[in-house]
Design a protein around this ligand. Sequence first.
Ligand code: NDP
Length: 433
Amino acid sequence: KTKNASEPEFLQAVDEVLESLRPVIEANEEKYRKEALLERLTEPDRQFKFRVPWVDDKGQVQVNTGYRVQFNNSIGPYKGGLRLHPSVNIGIIKFLGFEQIFKNSLTGLPIGGGKGGSDFDPKGKSDREVMAFCQSFMTELCKYIGADVDVPAGDIGTGAREIGYMFGQYKRIRGMYEGVLTGKGLSYGGSLARTEATGYGLLYMTEELLKCHGTDIAGKTIAVSGAGNVAIYAIQKAQQLGGKPVTCSDSTGWIYDPEGIDVALLKEVKEVKRARLTEYAAARPSAQYHEGRGVWSVKCDVALPCATQNELDIEDAKQLVANGCMAVCEGANMPTTEEATKYLQDNKVLFVPGKAANAGGVATSALEMSQNSERLSWTFEEVDAKLKGIMVNIYHNIDDAAKRYGQEGNYVAGANIAGFEKVADAMLAQGVC
Ligand code: NDP
């Protein structure tokens, strides 16, 4: 803790994982201590920090900081997104990379854990400026990645446009056409259904969870936060399954739309115009726009936090419980604070953590890697069916793992245990490295 004192998000993520691994650790204490397994697991294999200089539209040189943390490759090449957001620092990237190890393990696919990004903010930048940044970022990053080494993907602020610019630069410098990034455009090696995968996967998980508790999505009122990639496709799939999502949000405000969110309009505002949610409200008479945060004050049956870390705190959790919410499934990474998570669990709210519930994105990225390796493209239906199978499988694995350690219904523990077991096994088998 002293060593990582300046990285609170990383400490929070490690604390949560180690706390729920307690029964597994106690059962194997001597072996793990002798092998220093936990010390090795919480120290990244390596981390890179680099300067990213680029020229803005006024001819002024700007300087950002780039990061890539290669956390653990015991079960496959490092895999994890690139976050472009002013809040990015090494502690955030380490927390995300650490979580990614267990998430990737849960998918059942051969991918290790990594994460990267920069404090660059694509918002308000021209296409040329974004390209200049991405090319400079990749000029350094390309030294450390490769199709069998480390395969980055998108995350907050990194969508198809940014991945395209980065892929172009990688190809140009390395002189190699390989599946080094996922989330690529369909014309150059991307996978159908990757755009939808995290949001759709979240709903497949939620549907299975509710089914195993005697109900389903149909007819449920759903509160969603965020208005980005995960939130949009979560809202779309929720509607396809008969649910009624009534909220969405961005970093300045939120929408309550009692008639149900109009996905086509939301996509137009966010994906095409890259505008604020005030534009959604202006075009939709049934919608109310509020400044600030407040999505969790809306009465709902199911809550899906899909924006960013620590966006659902103890006061929000109390409000959700008071309003009769039955399930919270995390679309974002660690959106619920530790205190709020405990409160929800203590009050019998079904709670599935992001590392299980949002694993559909990285799982489909791994399917993109498979398609790139065999130089084939699968149909949307094929990928979507595989995604659904993976999410249902993850639910049952985390449910079983929790039961095996006497913690039935604790999906936080179940996800950490199930994700950890495979990685620990591989690390022990591969000796001290
Ligand atoms: P996007 O950039 O597409 O959207 C993020 C959304 O969250 C935007 O509406 C954004 O609002 C809002 N947001 C971001 N930061 C903040 C903040 N500090 N406070 C309030 N709102 C904020 O990202 P994604 O949808 O891809 O990612 C959302 C979450 O899901 C992240 O935690 C990400 O790590 C996680 N995730 C994403 C996956 C994917 O496949 N995309 C896979 C697995 C997890 P604004 O536009 O105003 O910034």
